[in-house]
Design a binder for this molecule. Structure first.
Ligand code: GAP
Length: 462
């Protein structure tokens, strides 16, 4: 596969996984869940900055997919769905990974991941990567999370946590089409949690058992599906690049026939370059042509008509579906990787110092502005609070009056805040503040009256 990408420019991601994990932990962006109990099986919590960043990723996706288009509508379906949904969709029969177990240490691994590690020269042969023990034959392990609805935990009460958000869009297709009065081609978009009992979660939030997806099912007339598929591949790539992912760090990979999911005619992955050896070029988003598989499967299982009547052509058919399926949590990780830079910058005495800066797009940055009084003196606090109140109605703003101003700038650089507003003693005389730009570190004096307009010109609202 890599041969087909030989002529592409070299990726430029500077961060490695340990640096990102450390930064996230130190700054309270993302850290282990249930940490006071020692953490819990690759589950992660998004702290004050992480929740802002992840919600901004989702907000930008919703804006691009729903707000700015008149042919896509939104949905928030239940995570728990009728168990028959998963029978009809094929997930109960097909949604599995090949699992091998070490006969010595009893650790379990995905057989296909070990095969990839052998192909990449990271593992010599099909033995346990931890202890070198012999491995069992592969057996299929279903990834669906099982639970029970109600007080009785017998087989009749079994329900499943959804492993993808997509099925809500298929099951609700007829209701949404009728009530929204959309005509094919049109789409339904949904963001939310999905659950997969992954055999080998890991690489921080790259692969977890509980994660968030952003999926859109675009219903088209059969015969126009291939063209629409290409449209969405290009569109989705543009979305990542528009939000700051450098074009050399993203690429398109075609699925081989033996990789295709049970429902797909053609699938393309948008891959991001994660420089760590266990990841490399890895899937960021899958864009599949699911044909009419799902609508027909649910029609057969539910007995409800899920076809579409094209009034202009006086014709009834089952639309084909193009599905851009992104991970909100995985995309958040990719944006962090791409934004991470280490630069040389002069300190107050003009000596070059290393500075870590997250060059996040202002639409994604957890805080767009930090208000920093030069000292904790009450007269400065008072005017700084007024500046904070003035800005907070339109943007996420942090108010911080602890530590030296140099350390506070460094912290804001590390969490990607595009603008710092410093209130000093001159402010009391001239009603102006100093605005420092994260990327250029240039400082400009701006009157408080003009500050909202000044920021509006530089920082897009989200
Ligand atoms: N409805 C199609 C579907 O779910 P997928 O390729 O299995 O397709 C779509 O998932 C996206 O969801 C992936 O590209 C990835 O970004 C994210 N994703 C899938 N499994 C994940 C996991 N275990 N942890 C984090 N993100 C995951």
């Amino acid at each position: 596969m890599s041969d087909t990408h030989a002529d592409l420019p070299e990726p430029t991601v500077e961060a490695t996984l340990p640096t990102i994990v450390e930064l996230c932990k130190q700054r309270g962006i993302i850290f282990p869940s249930s940490e006071i109990y020692g953490g819990f099986r690759s589950t992660w919590d998004y702290g004050p900055l992480g929740v802002e960043l992840k919600e901004n990723v989702k907000r930008q996706w919703w804006r691009a997919m729903v707000q700015l288009r008149d042919d896509i509508v939104g949905l928030d379906a239940s995570i728990l769905m009728h168990p028959k949904v998963w029978e009809a969709s094929g997930h109960l029969a097909n949604f599995s990974d090949p699992l091998v177990e070490c006969t010595r240490c009893h650790k379990r691994f995905r057989a296909d991941h070990l095969e990839e590690a052998i192909a990449a020269g990271e593992l010599a042969s099909m033995v346990c990567p931890d202890c070198g023990g012999a491995l069992s034959d592969p057996r299929n392990f279903n990834l669906m999370f099982k639970t029970h609805a109600g007080p009785v935990d017998d087989e009749g009460a079994v329900v499943w946590l959804r492993p993808e958000t997509a099925q809500g869009m298929f099951v609700d297709f007829a209701t949404i089409q009728r009530t929204s009065r959309k005509k094919v081609p049109f789409g339904i978009a949904q963001m939310g949690k999905s659950f997969r009992n992954e055999i080998t979660p890991g690489n921080f939030v790259f692969r977890t058992r509980e994660f968030e997806q952003m999926e859109m099912e675009f219903f088209v007339e059969p015969g126009t599906d291939e063209e629409w598929h290409q449209f969405w591949i290009d569109e989705r790539r543009r979305w990542y690049e528009d939000l700051g992912i450098r074009s050399e760090n993203i690429r398109v990979r075609e699925h081989e026939a033996d990789e295709l999911s049970h429902y797909a005619k053609r699938t393309v992955d948008l891959e991001f370059y994660f420089p760590d050896p266990s990841m490399g070029w890895s899937e960021l988003e899958g864009i599949a042509n699911r044909t009419d598989f799902d609508l027909k499967a649910h029609e057969a299982a539910s007995g409800q008509d899920l076809s579409y009547f094209d009034q202009a052509a006086d014709r009834r058919y089952h639309p084909y579906v193009i599905e851009p399926a992104a991970g909100a949590t995985r995309a958040t990780l990719a944006f962090l990787y791409d934004a991470y830079r280490v630069e040389q910058a002069p300190d107050a005495d003009g000596n070059l110092q290393e500075r870590v800066v997250l060059k996040l797009d202002p639409r994604l940055a957890p805080y767009q502005v930090a208000v920093l009084p030069l000292s904790k003196k009450p007269e400065l606090s008072e005017v700084s609070r007024r500046v904070f109140d003035l800005l907070k109605v339109d943007r996420m703003v942090e108010y911080d009056e602890t530590q030296s101003i140099g350390r506070r700038y460094r912290r804001q650089d590390e969490i990607g805040t595009p603008a710092c507003v410093t209130v000093d003693f001159e402010t009391l005389e001239d009603s102006a503040v100093t605005v420092r730009d994260r990327d250029t570190m240039a400082q400009e004096r701006v009157s408080i009256d003009r500050l909202p307009a000044y920021l509006d010109e530089r920082l897009p609202r989200r």
